[in-house]
Design a protein around this ligand. Structure first.
Ligand code: BG6
Length: 487
């Protein structure tokens, strides 16, 4: 169904995110006929360029990043024709009047402003938009992560943006919330009472969340080296996954009802004290090794041959949620670059039977596990013990009840950005982070960053293509548990 007509203004239009994610997502929505005939895309960046030149760049990006089966000449030309380019300097007054004049041609259209720029520019851009008369009641501003670098900078950004726009018009994007399987967590938990009855410390032994990538820093060394895995992946994506797993049932699907419950989880995260940092956290940095069977350089070479960097490209954490539901149930989180496989997976491991009638020496009883695979091959699997068929006695073996979403639904899974961009046009903030959530997440992460910064030893090395430093394995094994690895 078409959404309301809009003028989508993309700041940072020549950047990586726009080329890889935003333009392809908009193209796919256009192809699925969600654009009303008067909708436009206004690409904005500092570089002086004509619209034709930008369209050529956009075309090259679409040819590279859109699935070939979705590209046809007619749709492509139709889409490119909707794009205008405007040179604007976020920090001076250059270009603003011209941008606002374009917008005033269609005053009745919804105006999403997507800020795909460095976060230091979020405040100045919003303030300039306000000063030049570019904002109206149908304006919405989309802030990419990271919102700041720490709690103080996040607050400063939220204040600067909040001065010119109400919270209901601010969309802080975390693209993990747009992934189909992540939204499915809400369905799994709150549409299936059989699971919700089991969802607490009496039944669950622990939870694991793994977000593993095979890529390195991919030319983003400048950003990444100032950021690191804790800021880049944990403060946002992984804590959001944890919130959806751990939260209580919201009273409705209303944006604030859902966000209120997530916020309570963030506030209940047990703070890691400085003396606990070595038992609750492990950070690593990859050295030369292999990725997908090919030799690859180490992190320091990837960021341009520096001698030393204390930035972590891997992190493993043991997190505790202070609540009756979760008391004593650790959440083990790990994420890293240059790990053996790209996989994002949640493992809910249930408790073992309190007493076993099966002789130990013959039967290795495995705990029940619910595996939720976010990517690739989205699906779920419930592992349980069954009897091996045959007349030779009672032999047990773990088997699984499997759901593959692709096989079940047989449709293309839209990219997270497609769903989220259309939610912005619709004005639905449910899958976006509220100001207090972002700040609570920084509030939990910041003491860890501070303690790490005080330790001279820095991250532990791990060979590219391995599962991170062995200390990450030791961390979970000290608790008598192991990282789960699905095939
Ligand atoms: C981004 C991070 O937010 O998420 C990247 O900045 C990371 O470093 C990416 O590679 C992972 O996203 P996905 O959708 O590929 O799991």
């Amino acid at each position: 169904l078409p959404v309301a007509p809009f003028d989508c203004v993309v700041f940072g239009a020549t950047g990586d995110l726009t080329m890889r994610k935003l333009l392809p997502a908009l193209y796919d929505r256009f192809r699925d006929r969600q654009f009303s005939p008067t909708s436009r895309i206004i690409a904005v960046a500092r570089t002086a360029m004509e619209t034709e030149e930008y369209r050529a760049k956009a075309e090259a990006a679409l040819r590279q990043f859109v699935t070939p089966a979705s590209l046809d000449a007619e749709t492509l030309q139709g889409f490119l024709a909707l794009i205008r380019y405007q040179t604007v300097d976020a920090l001076s007054d250059e270009g603003w009047a011209a941008l606002v004049a374009i917008l005033k041609e269609r005053p009745e259209q919804v105006r999403p402003f997507y800020l795909a720029t460095s976060p230091e520019l979020y405040g100045p851009i919003c303030q300039k938009l306000a000063r030049h008369g570019g904002l109206h009641p149908l304006s919405r501003v989309v802030l990419e992560k990271p919102i700041g670098h720490d709690l103080a900078s996040a607050r400063a950004i939220n204040n600067a943006v909040g001065e010119v726009m109400p919270e209901s018009q601010i969309f802080r994007i975390d693209h993990y919330l747009g992934k189909e399987t992540v939204q499915n967590l809400l369905a799994l938990r709150f549409a299936n009472p059989i699971f919700e009855r089991l969802w607490h410390a009496d039944m669950i032994d622990h939870v694991q969340i793994t977000v593993a990538e095979t890529v390195g820093v991919e030319g983003r060394g400048g950003y990444y080296d100032r950021s690191g895995a804790l800021r880049d992946m944990v403060q946002n994506h992984m804590l959001q996954l944890l919130c959806l797993l751990a939260m209580e049932s919201p009273i409705s699907l209303d944006a604030d009802a859902v966000r209120d419950e997530k916020l309570k989880v963030l506030r209940a995260l047990r703070r890691v004290e400085p003396h606990e940092v070595n038992s609750f956290t492990v950070r690593g940095q990859y050295t030369a090794g292999a990725a997908n069977g090919h030799p690859v350089p180490g992190y320091l070479a990837d960021i341009g041959g520096t001698e030393r960097s204390l930035t972590e490209t891997f992190v493993a954490l043991k997190v505790q949620v202070n609540s009756w539901r979760w008391a004593g149930v650790p959440f083990y989180l790990r994420t890293g670059k240059r790990l053996p496989r790209k996989v994002s997976e949640i493992v809910i491991q249930f408790r073992t039977p309190p007493f076993s009638i099966f002789p130990r020496e013959q039967h290795d009883l495995q705990p029940n596990r619910l595996l939720i695979r976010l990517q690739p091959e989205e699906g779920m699997r419930l592992e349980m013990m069954t009897k091996e068929p045959g007349p030779g006695g009672l032999h047990l073996r773990p088997t699984g009840l499997d759901i593959s979403f692709e096989k079940t639904f047989g449709i293309r899974y839209p990219d997270a950005y497609e769903r989220l961009l259309m939610d912005v046009v619709r004005g639905n903030t449910t899958l976006f982070m509220r100001r207090d959530e972002v700040e609570a997440a920084w509030g939990w992460v910041e003491p860890l960053l501070e303690t790490w910064a005080e330790r001279p030893e820095g991250p532990r090395p791990y060979v590219a293509g391995s599962w991170g430093p062995t200390a990450a394995i030791a961390m979970i094994e000290r608790d008598g548990r192991t990282w789960y690895e699905s095939e």
